[in-house]
Design a protein around this ligand. Structure first.
Ligand SMILES: Cc1cc2nc3c(=O)[nH]c(=O)nc-3n(C[C@H](O)[C@H](O)[C@H](O)COP(=O)(O)OP(=O)(O)OC[C@H]3O[C@@H](n4cnc5c(N)ncnc54)[C@H](O)[C@@H]3O)c2cc1C
Length: 421
């Protein structure tokens, strides 16, 4: 079977790899010159199985209100005359209901645990290198009130099959000595034992090379404009290359993995995808004091900032802003991340040489990705991974390959096996 994958980010490259493993002839098309150059380029680096709870949870509305008007608010809604943004925000509110949050958390946790297993298997099978670190993630808490909730949180994770340990400040420092200067501020930590970290862009390019060696064709610098729909089936996609030459790519099946741009591509097919871009920022900073640099990936739970060591660099990422497709840098939000680094790990890395980046998370209101069939029987989705596209990449890629090739995917996840809206 000929399969065309649209998008060469984490979702598209992983789909292509597993489709090729399933025996399909795969082509990947992307408008960029190489894989992983949009949202998958400089994310927080975390394989965060221990954080399946979506932003849309019962405490979110109060938190958003508390941060209202602060330009450096970790989660910021910038209201626009954009019906898609208003629709998405209303759905987000709905997903904050306790029952919805429980359901979404469980679905994400099952896919995340499966995805981590698939990532490990892939690493063993291929020897893929991407600055991986497998020592887990430390979720840091600064108040006794937050720490008091940890036993219940851990029980919840364990019920979902996710392992963790609660640490007091001394135990936290024993696990990660780089946190010693923060001793007075730490109230405790949760160590996600099954978590990992790694460079998502390196992973995309390395997996694309391996996929290419396995026969996958990558057609870069080609923008998908539209689908050819004939008698209810997609016959091909219309593309424009960087010299504005038009072409048509034909296949038997099509997998849409175009991140935040997925909804626009299928709107003309009358398929509405509840995905909205949620902008986030990162800095990548060269380490100048390797002795004092953390090895474990960190999540500062009160400020919603993550920090991962990627080779000789620290990647610090965070903030979420609903502001359409605007990719212009916002100095206040970049500064909030630089300030976090200087405040928490002073002298460890050189912020003057920071590479600044921002990207658009393709977010569904409940952060549950859209994986599976659409009402057009040869058009499939692997998109909408929001805050967890790196964590969920391998599991989602394997699952969509199973679905396209008529197999039942392994995890109990609400795959779109019937008709999409
Ligand atoms: C600041 C930040 C921090 C993050 N941290 C983490 C983290 O620590 N852990 C985690 O799990 N996740 C994290 N994420 C989320 C994760 O990075 C995303 O979920 C993931 O990268 C989405 O991958 P994707 O392949 O769906 O989208 P993308 O990487 O955006 O890929 C989509 C591809 O489609 C292509 N495309 C789009 N339209 C067209 C078209 N018309 N024609 C041709 N090609 C097209 C694009 O060029 C792009 O290459 C973070 C995100 C951000 C922004």
């Amino acid at each position: 079977m000929e399969v065309l994958v649209i998008g060469a980010g984490l979702a598209g490259v992983s789909s292509a790899w597993y489709l090729a493993q399933a025996g399909c002839n795969v082509t990947v098309v992307d408008r960029q010159p190489g894989p992983g150059l949009e949202t998958s380029f400089a994310n927080g680096g975390q394989i965060s199985v221990s954080h399946p709870e979506p932003w849309a949870n019962p405490s979110a509305p109060a938190t958003v209100l508390r941060w209202l008007g602060r330009p450096d608010a970790p989660l910021l809604f910038r209201w626009r005359a954009d019906p898609a943004q208003w629709r998405w925000s209303l759905s987000f509110l709905h997903e904050c209901l306790p029952g919805r949050t429980t359901r979404n958390t469980a679905a994400i946790a099952r896919l995340a645990a499966y995805s981590r297993r698939e990532l490990r298997a892939l690493r063993t099978a291929t020897g893929i290198e991407y600055e991986a670190f497998t020592g887990g993630i430390l979720h840091l808490f600064e108040t006794a009130r937050e720490v008091a909730h940890l036993p219940a949180k851990l029980r919840q994770l364990e019920e979902l099959g996710i392992r963790g340990t609660i640490l007091d400040p001394d135990q936290t420092i024993a696990v990660e000595p780089a946190l010693a200067p923060l001793r007075a501020r730490l109230a405790g930590a949760l160590h996600g034992l099954d978590d990992e970290s790694g460079n998502a862009h390196l992973f995309c390019t390395a997996l694309a090379e391996k996929a290419q060696a396995a026969g996958v064709r990558f057609l870069m610098n080609n923008t998908v404009q539209d689908f050819d729909l004939i008698h209810g089936r997609i016959r091909g996609v219309r593309v424009l290359d960087s010299d504005f030459r038009a072409g048509v790519l034909r296949a038997d099946a099509f997998v849409l993995a175009a991140g935040s741009y997925s909804p626009a591509l299928v709107r003309r097919l009358d398929i509405r995808l509840p995905i909205y871009p949620v902008k986030g920022y990162s800095i990548t900073v060269p380490i100048i004091d390797h002795q004092r640099a953390p090895r474990l990936s960190l999540t500062d739970e009160s400020r919603r900032v993550v920090c991962s060591r990627l080779g000789d660099h620290l990647r610090v990422a965070g903030t979420a802003e609903l502001n359409g497709f605007d990719l212009s840098p916002n100095p206040a939000r970049s500064a909030a991340i630089v300030n976090w680094l200087e405040d928490h790990l002073p002298g460890v890395a050189d912020p003057a040489r920071a590479e600044h980046w921002c990207g658009l998370r393709p977010a569904t209101p409940g952060n549950v990705p859209l994986i599976g069939r659409t009402r057009i029987d040869n058009l499939f989705l692997n998109t909408g991974h929001g805050t967890l596209g790196w964590t969920l990449a391998c599991g989602s890629g394997h699952a969509i390959a199973d679905i396209v090739s008529g197999q039942r995917p392994e995890p109990a996840f609400p795959f779109l096996l019937a008709k999409a809206k």
